[in-house]
Ligand binder design. Structure first.
Ligand code: ADP
Ligand code: MG
Length: 673
């Protein structure tokens, strides 16, 4: 019998976990014993030979069984270096540890140690050690995703303490299925994941857990699909006069990829089932043009469209972009954001309710909460990954419009089909033709002056630039202040001869609109900004971007930011400035290298999955259904197929259904926030 209450216990109930460790665990999202058990190792330590000191060879990783002769410590700058002379029956060697000052007291002469590490020209560089039981130095010791202040040693001990509770999860699969598919028990798989005896056992365990996860996802998707079948939308007639005037008014010809997407959307709009389509295309691929066509299809039959963005800045940006074109076409567009004054908002709401406004643009929260449409036919939801799944459903239920979701978060197509299994997918695979790939370079802080010199050359040529501020933690106000300070500093130094504006999330709507509009009109040379410019900002004359402390940003975020340049025909540049190499973590180095290596969003998405440990998608928390913990999307296609075919048979299995409830419930919860 499953005992969910055991897995819901706070981590502090585990032996050895006090408030300090609990706080660190909570930063990783680990609050309960169940979450600890579900924290999947990123990888395992490889098997290393046990050797004697005399047998050490080259720089081959090895495990030593030794005792301490003497130990001493010294400092070199910020580095604390601990050295111990250790020996076994065959000889003596000098072992070193960096930045572990507390260890010195434990290395009293005669102490038995197991050391794992590599010989180098100074002796033996220790990567892990055990005093007592061989846990850290064991073959296949798990390596967990962690934070800087939470050691692997601690995480391993916490997980170990939680393992006896593994059975509390119960067995979701009926014996018949388990036997037919030759799967281990779930509880054994949990143990095998954290403490595998062989690499095969680790993999078999992971795949068992992945199958459970995919089954849960399939059950949730089936329920959602069934709910949607009860909804009806009005079919729209084929594209008419307004749609052709729109094409004529566009300053460019639509690409083949855009035309293809439009054709797919038009086909959906002609049906009485509400459209639920995901339009994905890399940053700058031209999704907005397709979205506007879709909205105008509603307007041309006297009905309405809504364009919803995740942030106020993006809503305003969209508004500025489409207002111009719509003005030419005689279509009335209104902007609704929470920072629009109460009186103006009331007026706009009335115009939307009376049908005088053809297209309303705003943040999703606002449009869903406050606005009555006279006759909403089409909704476009930008950056879908930021929305709770339930929000999508709520929108569809209340009004049953046709819905188009846009996303630039590059998700490989196979993955999109899995994760958004209930959406149809269109893809703009190639950007407008004349684009040159953005040239990306990575320099460390010491050389940031060169980056600014280069940026100034662009400005002198009449181009514009972005400077993205370091990612700071804290409230919106703290972030805003840091951005203002940075803009001020740049105005006094590197950019003293130029017109510098600053954009962040704390500006009043009018101010922010003024800054964006001034930048767009070329009245500002440089926009210093926080990640508010991550999506949607479109200024083709901006050809160079500096991202400060780029090592702190996620890969998807860097890619989004980079997408702000390279939007015109000019060659564009993205300069990533990172902190000093020693301060940058290994995954961060890999991210920066990936950014330099490619501008292809789909390739970066795949790379991102590898670096994070596959399955942990960007925005996973936000979109509820995308939190695949155990599944390796490329390697586990067969599992996905099996999950699909098993789902019907397993409908009603209590543990799986409860997990599906949680999945859908979590999404609902996200939707409310
Ligand atoms: P996305 O929303 O996919 O990031 P946008 O729709 O904002 O991309 O388009 C990026 C830029 O490309 C805009 O400046 C837009 O005007 C331009 N653009 C869009 N479609 C075309 C096209 N077919 N030919 C040339 N330029 C285009
Ligand atoms: Mg866009």
């Amino acid at each position: 019998m499953p005992r969910p209450e055991v897995l819901a216990r706070p981590v502090e109930t585990l032996p050895g976990v006090g408030p300090a460790v609990a706080r660190k665990l909570s930063r990783l999202g680990l609050e309960t014993t169940g979450e600890v058990l579900a924290h999947r190792p990123r990888r395992y330590e490889s098997a290393a030979e046990e050797r004697t000191v005399a047998e050490l060879f080259g720089d081959e990783e090895a495990v030593l069984d030794v005792s301490v002769r003497r130990a001493s410590a010294r400092r070199r700058g910020r580095l604390h270096i601990l050295t111990a002379h250790v020996e076994d029956a065959t000889g003596e060697i000098r072992a070193t540890w960096f930045n572990q000052p507390w260890l010195e007291a434990k290395l009293v002469p005669g102490t038995r140690l197991r050391l794992r590490g590599k010989p180098n020209r100074f002796g033996f560089q220790v990567s892990s050690y055990d005093i007592g039981d061989a846990v850290e130095t064991a073959d296949l010791a798990p390596v967990y995703p962690s934070t800087a202040d939470l050691a692997q040693k601690t995480l391993r001990a916490v997980t170990e303490a939680a393992l006896p509770l593994a059975r509390a999860g119960g067995e979701p699969l009926p014996t018949s299925v388990r036997v037919a598919e030759t799967l281990p028990l779930r509880a054994d798989a949990v143990v095998g994941l954290h403490r595998p005896r062989t690499a095969d056992e680790a993999e078999a365990s992971r795949r068992r857990l992945a199958l459970d996860e995919l089954l849960t996802l399939q059950l949730a998707l089936r329920r959602r699909a069934a709910e949607r079948e009860t909804l009806v939308a009005e079919a729209l007639p084929p594209p008419g006069e307004l749609a052709s005037r729109y094409r004529a008014a566009l300053p460019f010809t639509l690409t083949e990829a855009q035309e293809q997407a439009i054709a797919e959307i038009d086909a959906d709009l002609g049906r009485t089932t509400p459209m639920q389509r995901l339009l994905q295309g890399d940053v700058g691929s031209g999704k907005t043009a397709v979205a506007l066509h879709t909205l105008l299809r509603a307007v041309e039959v006297g009905r309405q469209g809504a364009l919803m963005a995740p942030t106020e800045t993006l809503a305003e940006q969209h508004f500025l972009t489409i207002e111009e074109l719509c003005g030419e076409l005689g279509v009335r567009v209104a902007l609704l954001t929470s920072s629009v004054g109460a009186r103006e908002r009331r007026i706009v709401r009335q115009l939307v309710a009376s049908g005088d406004v053809g297209i309303a643009v705003g943040t999703h929260a606002l449009i869903q909460r406050d606005v009555e449409f006279a006759d909403l036919a089409v909704a476009v939801v930008d950056e879908q990954h930021r929305f709770g799944v339930e929000q999508r459903a709520a929108l569809a239920e209340g009004r049953a419009p046709h819905v188009l979701h846009l996303t630039a978060t590059p998700i490989p197509r196979t993955l999109a089909l899995t994760v958004y299994g209930d959406l149809a997918v269109s893809e703009i695979a190639a950007p407008p033709a004349e684009r040159k790939p953005i040239v990306t370079a990575w320099v460390t802080e010491e050389r940031s002056a060169e980056a600014y010199t280069r940026l100034c050359r662009h400005l002198d040529d009449g181009r514009q630039a972005y400077v993205v501020c370091p990612l700071v933690e804290g409230s919106e106000t703290t972030i805003a202040r840091a951005a203002e300070d940075e803009a001020e500093r740049l105005r006094a130094h590197e950019l003293r001869d130029y017109r510098v504006g600053c954009a962040h999330g704390r500006l009043k709507t009018a101010e922010r609109r003024a800054v964006m509009a001034a930048f767009k009109a070329g009245e500002l040379d440089v926009l210093v900004a926080t990640t508010v410019i991550e999506v949607g900002v479109d200024v083709p004359n901006a050809t160079i971007m500096i991202v400060q402390e780029a090592d702190r940003f996620g890969l998807a975020q860097l890619h989004q930011l980079r997408g702000r340049v390279g939007r015109g025909a000019e060659q564009s540049y993205c300069l990533l400035v990172s902190r000093h190499r020693d301060e940058v973590s290994e995954p961060a180095l890999e991210r920066l290298e990936a950014m330099v290596a490619t501008t292809d969003g789909f390739e970066l998405a795949e790379r991102d999955l590898e670096i994070r440990g596959e399955g942990q998608l960007v925005g996973a928390r936000q979109s509820g259904l995308t939190d695949l913990r155990y599944t390796r999307l490329r390697a586990d296609r067969d599992l996905l197929e099996r999950a699909k075919s098993l789902a019907a048979e397993l409908e009603g299995e209590p543990i799986l259904e409860a997990a599906a409830d949680r999945l859908l419930g979590e999404a609902a919860h996200v939707g409310e926030s």
